[in-house]
Design a protein around this ligand. Sequence first.
Ligand code: IMP
Length: 182
Amino acid sequence: MRARLASKNANKLRELRHALPDWELELLDADGYPPEEGETYYDNAIAKARFGREHTSEWVLGEDSGIEVSALGGRPGVESARWADDGVAALLDALKGVEDRRARYVCELVALSRDGEERRGTGTVEGTIALEPRGSEGFGYDPIFVPDEESRTVAELGNGWKRDHSHRARAARSLLRKSRIH
Ligand code: IMP
């Protein structure tokens, strides 16, 4: 099945392609994405998917994700992309001297067909925020996020690990479990 990911992020595409092997997934090539001003990941994901539907007749996948830090009351959460110019530095700064370093990645996926059929999937990864950045793969907060059961950061674990274990891969599997579109 051909589908478009309503995103410009090639990292997200790589992770989702692996988790959706029967989909021929490509990035949507369009300008003017809607601003991410929703109150929930779902609001932002469906806004991207609806935007995508204006540009293609294929299935469109909208995605929104973020990191929720316990000691910050769940922030930056849905605001992760616009929270700070350098989110890694801002987070390390905010957690200086803080003992509770628990955090979680969240991903919400919404697939929309041309006639408006909708499928959803959610995925999370629990972990902690490291004391300093380590590793070079992945993107965003990966150099400081250590998943539970691991001692390395996601950036050290690498893209191979992310393809199977990321919040995005988990959301994709949850979407497939709930849908007939595979
Ligand atoms: P958006 O989903 O593109 O709106 O932005 C999500 C933001 O959350 C990204 O800019 C990153 O800062 C962060 N984020 C989401 N997923 C990941 C991930 O897999 N690794 C690291 N950071 C992520």
